[in-house]
Write a protein that binds this ligand. Sequence first.
Ligand code: MF3
Ligand code: CO
Ligand code: CO
Length: 267
Amino acid sequence: MKVTIKTPEEIIKMRVAGRLAAEVLDYITPFVKPGVTTGELDSLCHNYMVDVQKTIPAPLNYAPAGHSPFPKSICTSVNKQICHGIPGEKVLKNGDIVNLDITVISDGYHGDTSRMFYVGEPSIQSRRLCELTFEAMWRGIDEIAPGKSLGDIGHAIQKLAEGVGYSVVREFCGHGIGAKFHEDPQVVHYGRAGTGLKLEAGMIFTVEPMINAGKAAIRHLPDGWTVTTKDNSLSAQWEHTILVTEDGHEVLTVSANTPPKPDYKFS
Ligand code: MF3
Ligand code: CO
Ligand code: CO
């Protein structure tokens, strides 16, 4: 597959899709509380996408090669779950951390974004992991401009995460996105500055680092989708969809309540 440069018409549709994906996260935020199940969060989001937004939940029945169809409309990854958690009967309890990953299809184009949520009051360690991961995503996004390379993004993320003793998941990465959910290029969250694909205006891809508090190794659950840390350490992830512009970048997955870029406090 080739990395595509989006046309001005496609960029307009991607901006709408990105905003709508972020608005699902705004919508679900007040429901993420102790006692709710991940399945309930999924049905609320599903109904909001289908009935209110008139968007299509891209995960539902998504079946890339080698996978069974994903059975739900959002991904809910709790505590040691890294990504692709399947919503179900799991009851969220005080102190849990959960990633909600939303991908909508609007007018044929995809918007993909995820945030971490605290269920009740987080532990000091959970808060630190989620904040570090948020800053890591932003340090990666900061690198994005024409003439920079994918390796600059990965390097910025890896340096921050490993600098505090956390680790970067290797098996999953950011991705080009547009009329297809997952397009080229692969945007890995580690690497060497100045290496890899050179960025050009009109490219659109996600930045979505998964950071483990312990070691980087992963485990696949028998459900065919859920990925957890092998050492049972906590894991966090944040995701935005980004357009490369002539003078830098534009975050497409922005809504009224998107958390703003943070002041940097880790190194
Ligand atoms: N939204 C995920 C990503 O950021 C992909 C989820 S695929 C699914 O790429 F099938 F699990 F939904
Ligand atoms: Co993605
Ligand atoms: Co996603």
